[in-house]
Design a protein around this ligand. Structure first.
Ligand code: MLT
Ligand code: MN
Length: 310
């Protein structure tokens, strides 16, 4: 199975359009060691011809253009695409807005929890993906399914599972102390398996906290892409960007004893890659103490166009 990281940043990307924080400013200037990133998404293929997207970022058009594997086949007729399906892990803008780039009458299948499909159903702009050609299928936790494109199974099996998270920003009910309205189905992790080889990896781009269920699931995993939004809880506040902590936005931090580096350390995960990295995160800067700390702890910092074979 081939995995291509289309985008590795959190919502907003790096640089973010209106951000003058040090990472965005330096990425914009082309300062060495801080590489621009588009918003998080991964493409997966069992056969190198049919591809499944894990989330559809607002940067999807740019990501497709930068990825030859996702271009139409030259001998495939006037309209064709190797993108056969999209699996959504949440309803945030950075996970779903790219669906709008997949209009123009191309058949494919969109998978998501009932909660996420509700978001699509209640926003009629998504009907631009002609419902006669773009099927929407509900994923149910604990029921693995073979991903199907317009002409059948593509050789990838997915199991979706609940992860502690948060309702999308634009659906917050504002009632502090009630988990910001989070319900089951808001934040999902994926186990992605190559049907033929049985090889698999985990995709968890959003996670508020590592709980016992997640720990049990990830134990001994061969490969994990994991929420790398923030390094410290208050870094967005300290940099004068947004007046919210990591806890408030439903993302675990990397550092500290409750952080992802420490929490996932005992699980013997063979390869660990951070993805969905916010533009405030100091690990984005090569050679920074924070970057060195996560790398010495065995983590890789994901980047756009990163390729992994499993
Ligand atoms: C999140 O996952 O919290 C998002 O990246 C927020 C956003 O899209 O702005
Ligand atoms: Mn996000």
């Amino acid at each position: 199975m081939l995995i291509k990281v289309l985008g590795s940043a959190a919502g907003g990307g790096l640089p973010q359009w209106n951000c003058n924080g040090r990472n965005s400013a330096d990425a914009r200037k082309g300062v060495g060691g801080i590489v621009s990133r588009t918003q998080a998404s991964v493409a997966v293929s069992a056969d190198g011809r049919q591809w499944v997207l894990l989330n559809a970022a607002p940067d999807l058009r740019q990501q497709i253009n930068a990825t030859p594997e996702l271009h139409p086949a030259p001998d495939g007729g006037p309209r064709n695409s190797p993108i056969k399906a999209v699996v959504l892990t949440n309803g945030e803008v950075d996970a779903i807005a790219g669906l709008l780039c997949l209009r123009e009458g191309q058949p494919l299948t969109v998978y998501g929890t009932a909660r996420v499909l509700d978001v699509l159903a209640s926003n009629s702009v998504f009907d631009v993906l002609d419902p006669r050609m773009v099927r929407r299928k509900a994923v149910i936790y604990g029921e693995p399914f073979a991903v199907e494109g317009p002409s059948g199974a593509v050789g990838i099996e997915i199991e979706a599972f609940p992860v502690l998270g948060k309702v999308p920003l634009y659906l917050e009910d504002g009632k502090a102390g009630v988990g910001l309205g989070t319900q089951e189905g808001d934040t999902t992790g994926l186990k992605v398996t190559d049907t033929a080889s049985g090889r698999h990896f985990f995709y968890v781009p959003g996670c508020a906290k590592v709980d016992e269920a997640l720990r049990a699931r990830l134990k001994g995993a061969p490969l994990l892409f994991f929420d790398g939004t923030l390094y410290t809880n208050d870094e967005m506040i300290a940099q004068g960007l947004v007046n919210k902590t990591g806890e408030r936005i439903g993302h675990i931090i990397m550092s500290g004893e409750k952080g992802s580096v420490a929490q996932l350390k005992p699980l013997n995960i063979a390869r660990k890659v951070f993805i969905h990295i916010n533009n405030s995160n100091p690990v984005l800067r090569e050679g920074s103490p924070e970057r060195n700390a996560v790398e010495s702890a065995g983590w890789e910092v994901g980047y756009d166009a990163m390729e992994v074979k499993v």
